[in-house]
Ligand binder design. Structure first.
Ligand SMILES: Cc1cc2nc3c(=O)[nH]c(=O)nc-3n(C[C@H](O)[C@H](O)[C@H](O)COP(=O)(O)O)c2cc1C
Length: 207
């Protein structure tokens, strides 16, 4: 007698075992790079870990900045990959995860991704997303933007990335920093196709 998920997917039919229940979960990669705003990455990690399989890669500078900004990525039910582990499964297109978010995304990592310079696990995994036509969201954070940054954004977007600058709206009347963080993360989750209640949706005003 099958139960739970296996009542819908009899093992004898398609070979899914009880141990494979995780297979139904979406699987995402989070890359954290050395731009300000580690809090965005932590919030995304927190939400995605509730119902998805999550891989996280943190660059060396991102580690330093997160420590400086008082943000920790420890203790989540995620797979932590070393930035230089270029042979990790997610570095191959044959590994079928659903998408990646680089959050925050430094101008340097943006440049690397836009130009296919896949020298670490974050840039390589983003490269995989672009070549495999998978979601690749770059939450850039820099201001002002030089022509180099703007060109790289356009190049990355042309290659299939979604550029989502860490740029919260104020139309929900945020009261705390957490509200502002959630405004940004909510839009990222929308683009990943993940349900959430992080921020109210605009309902219009006036008559
Ligand atoms: C405290 C601090 C804050 C930084 N903030 C930004 C930023 O907001 N945006 C950015 O593009 N670079 C920023 N940088 C510069 C990047 O960290 C630097 O270009 C680094 O080489 C990025 O490497 P990574 O993308 O491999 O993490 C910052 C550096 C430091 C030390």
């Amino acid at each position: 007698m099958n139960s739970g998920i296996n009542s819908f997917y009899p093992e004898s039919d398609i070979g899914i075992t009880r141990e494979d229940e995780d297979i139904m979960k979406k699987e995402f990669v989070i890359g954290v790079t050395g731009a300000s705003g580690a809090c965005y990455a932590r919030r995304l990690l927190e939400v995605l870990c509730q119902d998805a399989k999550v891989h996280i890669i943190i660059s060396e500078v991102a580690e330093q900045i997160a420590a400086h900004e008082g943000v920790s990525f420890e203790g989540f039910n995620a797979t932590y990959h070393a930035i230089n582990r270029i042979a990790a499964p997610i570095a191959s297109g044959s590994n079928r995860f659903d998408g990646m978010v680089v959050i925050p995304c430094s101008a340097k990592t943006l440049a690397a991704i836009a130009n296919g310079y896949a020298d670490n696990l974050i840039t390589r995994t983003a490269d995989v997303c672009l070549k495999e036509d998978r979601t690749c969201i770059l939450v850039t954070r820099e201001t002002p933007l030089s022509k180099v940054h703007l060109r790289n954004m356009l190049t990355a977007e042309d290659a299939g990335a979604t550029i989502m600058p860490a740029c919260p709206g104020f139309y929900n009347n945020p009261e705390t920093i957490n509200d502002l963080v959630d405004m940004v993360v909510a839009r990222v989750l929308d683009h990943l196709g993940v349900e959430h209640t992080l921020a109210e949706r605009w309902g219009g005003y006036g008559a």
